[in-house]
Design a protein around this ligand. Sequence first.
Ligand SMILES: C[S@@+](CC[C@H](N)C(=O)[O-])C[C@H]1O[C@@H](n2cnc3c(N)ncnc32)[C@H](O)[C@@H]1O
Length: 167
Amino acid sequence: MQKYDKIYAKDASYFGHTSKQFTTLFSNLDFVSGTILDLGAGQGRDSIFLAKRGYNVIAIDSSKVGLDQLRERVEEEDLPIEIVHADAQGYTPPQDLDAIVADRFFHELPNNSRVKLLQRMIGHLRQGGYMLIADDKSVLPNLRDTLKKEKFEVLRDKNGILFTYKP
Ligand SMILES: C[S@@+](CC[C@H](N)C(=O)[O-])C[C@H]1O[C@@H](n2cnc3c(N)ncnc32)[C@H](O)[C@@H]1O
């Protein structure tokens, strides 16, 4: 059993509700439908929030326990969430994305894999799409540099939240 399988098995709502910062940013998007990839979705708190706002969500995580808990909610509430149990490092989205969220996900990866994955994923983001990273401040500098090199516009960069726009 993986680390997160054990954690989630003990508490079906381990990370609690979606953060206020997150809900505020995603309550003001300039598109009302589309597909959002939730990287390292865990038990799916953010996926559920986004699906309830009307977006189609792809929730990918390597924890089967977390995703099984999410699947129960998806079935009970008939939410538009596609669940993918896989290592995100080997995953290719099936279509262009309108946004990608990575809520406390990148710090889970080895240092030298983070930028590589970010570069690959933003290649699947449409022009005008959004990339939201919420993570430890120590993880953000390399990710921020990568997004800036790719000419992403920074919309918010505060308190561990990096919210950017692909021009
Ligand atoms: C700190 S949790 C955050 C979960 C969720 N984003 C949230 O905010 O509630 C990190 C998640 O990343 C997942 N994870 C770690 N490495 C992964 C990988 N290589 N591929 C997919 N998921 C991964 C873990 O299983 C865990 O659910």
